[in-house]
Structures are given as structure tokens and as C-alpha cells.
Design a protein around this ligand. Structure first.
Ligand SMILES: [Zn+2]
Ligand SMILES: [Zn+2]
Length: 236
């Protein structure tokens, strides 16, 4: 006897393969297991970093306490923006490939572990998305990463900021000066009491100009954050 399931599953499987063929998201070669997202050689290309950097000049810092320039945060990038990282981050924006977060959060965890920064008194948050964008996309990719890092280290995850302006042009804006101008006053604190006196790990996917991290850190500092480490998958 036929049933709907029997009929529909090959069709469904077929559609899935069309939309999301089991291929490496980076080099597009066939892979056996779609849940891995990368072929072995692309996976092996991932190089993790474990140092802290000055966001102003890009200099490597000896530790999280010292910085060459005055800045509201220090930058901890898990890698550079080299293949296969751009492909992973790009595809992570689609709901169907949300489990790419497994690779990206593992990179963030490795970065923190290898950096030897003492983080047991930190709380973890993320760069928020504009609410309309969350509705459209279904999730905030940075929040997924922040939560899995918090979960791994048994640290509290908090929503500290909200986005009050949709600066969609940010990603397309090539002029760094304009990026800093665009992002001004984009964030507000959700609950000032959660921020005051806290050490904060601020998670985002990529740091390009650093404008978004700088503005978010400015607000967190304004409400009394004592230390901010911006943890990103990659710095461009
Ligand atoms: Zn590949
Ligand atoms: Zn510097």
C-alpha cells in the first residue's frame, strides 16, 4: 500500500539535494556527510589564532591587561578571514545550515582555551541584530555562537544590548570612516545593572573595520563594564 510518506520522501530528498547538495561549502566538491559542511582538505585549512590584538593598530598584545592604544576592548580573533572561513560565515546566515555554528563555536572555544586568558569571572554576550532582521533570518548567528561558548565554559550568557537602528548598509560600506559614522548610537543597554562592574566577552562573527565592536564596547563601558574582550570568528 502506498502512503504519503513513501511518495513524498524521495521527492523531498531530491529537493533537498537540489537546494543543499552534500558538497563542501568552500570548494564545492562532493562530501559524504552534509553535516560536516567541509571536505577534509578545506577543514584542515582552518588555522586558529589564540592571541589578543589592539583594535586600534592591530599589534599583538602580551596579555589582556596591557594595550598599546586606549581602546574600550581588546580583540580575540579565532582566525584570519582566509578560506574556508568566509564561506562558512556566509553560509551560516541560512537557517538550513545553522549547524555550521558547531565548527565556528569550536574555533572560538579553542581560541579562548589556547589564549590562557582567565575568563572564569566573565559573562558572555553578543552583538545584537536589529529585531526586523532576526524575524527575517530566524536567528542571530552571533547569539548562537555566544551561547555555545557560554555553555562550554559554564559562564553566564546575557542579553546586554539591543540594536535601535538598522544599519544594513554597514556591510557594504567600504569607507571605514563612514562605517564608524553609520554605527553611532546604534546600540542601547537592555539592563544597566547587568553591565556595571562586569567583565564581558562580546561575541561577533567577523571584525572588519571594528566599528561595530567599538560602538558596542563604548556603550558597555558607558554603563560600567570593567573589561571587554571581543571574541570573533575572524578578523578581516
Ligand atoms: Zn572543500
Ligand atoms: Zn595599538
Amino acid at each position: 500500500m502506498e502512503n504519503i510518506k513513501k511518495i513524498i520522501s524521495p521527492v523531498w530528498k531530491f529537493t533537498q539535494d537540489i537546494v543543499f547538495p552534500p558538497i563542501c561549502v568552500n570548494c564545492k566538491t562532493d562530501i559524504k556527510d552534509q553535516s560536516k559542511f567541509l571536505c577534509q582538505s578545506c577543514f584542515d585549512e582552518i588555522q586558529t589564532l589564540s592571541a589578543l590584538y589592539c583594535p586600534e593598530c592591530g599589534a599583538r598584545l602580551a596579555n589582556s591587561e596591557s594595550s598599546c592604544h586606549r581602546s574600550d576592548y581588546v580583540l580575540a580573533p579565532a582566525s584570519k578571514f582566509f578560506p574556508p572561513i568566509p564561506a562558512l560565515i556566509h553560509n551560516f546566515k541560512y537557517q538550513e545550515l545553522v549547524k555550521i555554528s558547531d565548527i565556528l563555536s569550536a574555533m572560538l572555544i579553542v581560541c579562548l582555551k589556547n589564549s590562557n586568558i582567565k575568563i572564569d569571572d566573565f559573562i558572555i554576550t553578543q552583538i545584537p541584530l536589529y529585531p526586523k532582521k532576526i524575524r527575517k533570518r530566524g536567528f542571530n548567528q552571533s547569539e548562537i555562537l555566544a551561547k555555545s561558548v557560554a555553555n562550554y565554559f559554564s559562564l553566564p550568557h546575557k542579553h546586554l544590548l539591543k540594536r535601535t537602528k538598522d544599519n544594513d548598509q554597514q556591510a557594504k560600506q567600504k569607507d571605514y570612516g563612514k562605517r564608524f559614522e553609520n554605527i553611532k548610537n546604534c546600540f542601547q543597554s537592555l539592563n544597566a545593572e547587568d553591565i556595571a562592574g562586569k567583565k564581558i566577552i562580546l561575541v561577533d562573527d567577523v571584525s572588519t573595520s571594528g566599528a561595530t565592536l567599538a560602538e558596542a564596547s563604548r556603550i558597555l563601558k558607558k554603563y560600567g563594564a570593567v573589561k571587554i574582550i571581543a571574541l570573533v570568528v575572524a578578523k578581516a
